[in-house]
Design a protein around this ligand. Structure first.
Ligand code: ASN
Length: 649
C-alpha cells in the first residue's frame, strides 16, 4: 500500500462520524448577487465588518468518499459549513436579514478587530485540481475582478495538487492587486473529524479579511506563503507546502505574526486589472546526464514558445555537449524564451561556472531563484503580452514582477539611520542586533510620518534605502499615504504610490487615504488614488447620508470630492432622500447647480412623500431653484481616473 492509498484508507475510516446530511435544495446561481446586495443594508459597517468572497473551485477540502474514491460533491459544502459553530455564527447572521438563504456566513469572533462576513461562490463543475487548466484560472481572475470593490479579500478553496500553479499564475494575471487573495485547501475533507481543512479555512478567512496583504498567497498548516514562491512538498503531511527560497509572510500561532517587511511592494500602482491571455505553449525540460540532442531538439520544435530548463546546481548545463547547446541557441534565435532554473529547490541560478556561462551564451535567461511553477506562469504571462516585443519580454523575465524572485538590495546606511537611530540606541544602551532591529521598527514609522508631513521626498528615499518600510503605519494606523493625502502633498503621494504604498491601508478609525483626501477636498490626490485603484469602502447608503449632510450645508467642494472619488450621487440615504432633494430643501444653490450637472435619476425621483426636487422648489416658491431645476445641463462624463477635475459642472 503506497502513501496515497494508505492516506485514502485512513480518510475512509475516519470519515463517518462527522459527515453531515446531504442538502435538500440546490442553491440558486443568482443567490450570490442577492446576498451581496444585502451588504448595502443598514447593518453592514465597514469599521466593524470585513467582507471576504470565497471562490470554491474543488479539491479534497470539499470532497466525499464515493464508490471507493474521493470526488467533489456539488451543493454540499455551504450547508455543511452552516452547521459548524466554528465556521458560522448563525445568530449573528440574522442581524443582516431573517432570510437564511440570503444571510452571509459569519466567522465567530476570533479576537480580531473586525467580524468576518463571507460568501461562497461554488464553481460548476467542482474539480480535483489535477483537472484545472488556464481556463479555470481565467474564471477565478474574472470573478475577483467583478467583485473587487465589494470585498476586502478573497479566499480560493482549491485542491492542493496544483495549488502552487494556480497561485503562481494568478499572481501574474491579477495586475496591480491591492487586496489579499489567499488559496487554501486541505489534505483531509473538511467534513471529517481529523480534517486540517477547518483550520486552513479559518486562517485563510482571517488573513484575507483582517490583514492587508495585497498578494496572492497560499495559507496552509499555519503558514502564509507567497503564492509564486510556494511548492507542494508533501502529499501526505499536513505541512504540505513550502516556499524554499523565502520565509513565510505570516505564521498563525496563538498570535498572528506578519513579517510586514516581506510583503511585496510594487513599483507602480495602477487600477486593478486582470490578464487572461496566458500562452499555453510552455513546458519544463529537466536535464539529466545523458539526455540526447534529438530529444532536446524535438522538445524545442514549434509550437513551443517558452521553456523552463531545469539545470544542475547553480544553473549549470553540459558545456561540452555542443549538439545540445546548438539546439538551445537555434531555439532562442527563433524567439523561444528559455529560462534557466535550478533542479535544487533552494538557491539561486548564478552563472559563476563555465557550465552556467555556456547556457547564458546560448541566449538562455537566468531565472534566479524562481520555482518551476512560477517560472512557467511567468513565461505564459510574459508571452501573452502582445504589447511587448521580444527584447522587452526577455527583460521582463529578468525583472521581479510580483516578488517571484529575489533581487539583491544594497543596503546603504543613511545619515538618518547612522546618526539618529545609533544615537538613540546609545542613550538607551541598546546593544544586541535584535534590540537594534526592534528600535528601528519603532522609530521608522514616526520618522516616515514626520518626513511625509514636511514633504521631504529626499528623507523618505533615504529612510527607504536604510531599510524602512514605507507602508507601515504609526500608533494610530496612519500611514505616510494617509498623511500625504490629508495634507494635499501631491508629489509625496505619487512617490509613495510608486514605492508600493498600500492604498487600502486603514487607520484605527477605518479611514483610508482616499477617505482623507475626500474629507480635505484634495481633488488632484483623489484623482491619483483613483487611478491607482483606490475606491470608497463605506456602504452606498452611508455615503448617501454624508452627501445629504454635505448638501444641507451647501459644501459643494465636498460633493465634488465624493463625485471624483466614485460615489454615486443619485444614491438615497436611509430615509429615501437624495443629495439633490436635500440641497433643494436647504436652498443650497451651489450644490443644486452642481448636482443637476452630474445626477441622473435623482432629478426626477420622488421621496417617500411623493416630492421631486422640482415640486419641492415649487412648494417652497423658490423661483431661482425652479429655474435651475428646469434647465438641466448636459451631463459631465466621469473620466476613468475619477472625473473632471478642473472647473465646475
Ligand atoms: N487531489 C486533490 C486535489 O488536488 C488533493 C487535495 O486537495 N489534497 O484536488
Amino acid at each position: 500500500m503506497d502513501k496515497e492509498t494508505s492516506n485514502a484508507e485512513l480518510h475512509k475510516e475516519t470519515q463517518t462520524t462527522e459527515v453531515v446530511g446531504k442538502p435538500e435544495r440546490k442553491r440558486h446561481p443568482s443567490m450570490l448577487e442577492e446576498q451581496i446586495s444585502i451588504f448595502n443594508s443598514l447593518e453592514y459597517d465597514p469599521q466593524k465588518h470585513a467582507r471576504v468572497l470565497v471562490l470554491y473551485t474543488g479539491g479534497t477540502i470539499g470532497m466525499c468518499w464515493k464508490n471507493g474514491a474521493y470526488c467533489p460533491e456539488p451543493n454540499f459544502l455551504v450547508d455543511a459549513i452552516k452547521r459548524y459553530p466554528h465556521l458560522h455564527d448563525s445568530s449573528y447572521a440574522t442581524v443582516f436579514t431573517p432570510d437564511v438563504d440570503l444571510q452571509p456566513l459569519v466567522l465567530p469572533d476570533c479576537h480580531e478587530p473586525k467580524t468576518i462576513l463571507y460568501y461562497v461562490k461554488e464553481y460548476d463543475p467542482l474539480l480535483d485540481s489535477s483537472n484545472m487548466t488556464a481556463e479555470e484560472w481565467s474564471n477565478i481572475a474574472k470573478d475577483i475582478y467583478d467583485q473587487y470593490e465589494a470585498f476586502d479579500g478573497f479566499v480560493i478553496l482549491h485542491g492542493t495538487d496544483t495549488m502552487s500553479y494556480t497561485a503562481s499564475a494568478l499572481s501574474f494575471m491579477l495586475e496591480n492587486l491591492g487586496k489579499p487573495v489567499i488559496l487554501t485547501g486541505s489534505q483531509i475533507p473538511i467534513f471529517e473529524v481529523r480534517s486540517d481543512g477547518r483550520d486552513n479555512f479559518i486562517g485563510a478567512l482571517v488573513l484575507a479579511g483582517c490583514y492587508k496583504i495585497p498578494e496572492v498567497c497560499i495559507y496552509f498548516n499555519h503558514k502564509l506563503l507567497r503564492g509564486n514562491r510556494s511548492t507542494k512538498v508533501d502529499n501526505s503531511a499536513f505541512d504540505a507546502f513550502d516556499s524554499p527560497n523565502m520565509k513565510p509572510i505570516a505564521s498563525v500561532e496563538i498570535k498572528i505574526y506578519v513579517d510586514t517587511d516581506s510583503i511585496f511592494r510594487p513599483h507602480k500602482l495602477n487600477k486593478f486589472a486582470f490578464m487572461t491571455n496566458m500562452i499555453q505553449n510552455v513546458a519544463v525540460l529537466r536535464l539529466f546526464p545523458s539526455i540526447t540532442a534529438s530529444t532536446v531538439k524535438y522538445f524545442l520544435r514549434d509550437p513551443i514558445a517558452g521553456v523552463v530548463l531545469q539545470t544542475y546546481g547553480a544553473g549549470n548545463g553540459p558545456q561540452k555537449r555542443k549538439d545540445i547547446l546548438d539546439a538551445f541557441r537555434e531555439a532562442t534565435d527563433r524567439g523561444v524564451l528559455i529560462i534557466n532554473i535550478s533542479q535544487c529547490s533552494r538557491g539561486v541560478v548564478n552563472p559563476s561556472y563555465e557550465t552556467g556561462q555556456a547556457l547564458l551564451e546560448c541566449g538562455i535567461i537566468p531565472g534566479h531563484d524562481m520555482t518551476p511553477e512560477a517560472a512557467l506562469a511567468k513565461l505564459s504571462y510574459v508571452l501573452g503580452k502582445t504589447e511587448w516585443d521580444y527584447q522587452q519580454k526577455r527583460a521582463m523575465i529578468l525583472q521581479n514582477l510580483r516578488g517571484e524572485l529575489t533581487v539583491k538590495q544594497s543596503r546603504q546606511l543613511s545619515i538618518i539611520d547612522a546618526d539618529l537611530i545609533e544615537a538613540v540606541a546609545q542613550v538607551m544602551q541598546v546593544s544586541s542586533s535584535e534590540e537594534m532591529a526592534a528600535l528601528r521598527r519603532v522609530l521608522y514609522p514616526s520618522l516616515i510620518c514626520n518626513a511625509t508631513r514636511s514633504g521631504s521626498i529626499a528623507t523618505l528615499e533615504s529612510l527607504k534605502s536604510a531599510g524602512a518600510n514605507l507602508r507601515v503605519g504609526d500608533y494610530d494606523g496612519n500611514t505616510a499615504l494617509h498623511i500625504a493625502a490629508t495634507n494635499g502633498l501631491v508629489d509625496v503621494v505619487k512617490f509613495l504610490i510608486d514605492n508600493g504604498a498600500n492604498i487600502f491601508a486603514e487607520d484605527q478609525w477605518g479611514y483610508t487615504a482616499l477617505d482623507n483626501a475626500v474629507r480635505f477636498d484634495r481633488f488632484e490626490i483623489i484623482r491619483i488614488l483613483r487611478a491607482a485603484g483606490a475606491h470608497l469602502k463605506q456602504s452606498p447608503t452611508k455615503i448617501a447620508s454624508e452627501l445629504c449632510y454635505t448638501a444641507a450645508k451647501d459644501e459643494v467642494d465636498r460633493l465634488r470630492s465624493f463625485y471624483f472619488a466614485g460615489a454615486n450621487l443619485d444614491q438615497e440615504d436611509y430615509n429615501g432622500c437624495t443629495a439633490l432633494l436635500t440641497a433643494v430643501r436647504h436652498r443650497s444653490v451651489s450644490c443644486v447647480k452642481f448636482l443637476v450637472g452630474v445626477c441622473e435619476s435623482s432629478i426626477s425621483q420622488k421621496d417617500r412623500c411623493g416630492f421631486t426636487p422640482y415640486s419641492e422648489a415649487e412648494r417652497m416658491k423658490d423661483k431661482d431653484l425652479m429655474y435651475i431645476l428646469s434647465h438641466i445641463p448636459p451631463k459631465i462624463k466621469q473620466t476613468e481616473s475619477g472625473g473632471k477635475l478642473n472647473g465646475s459642472p
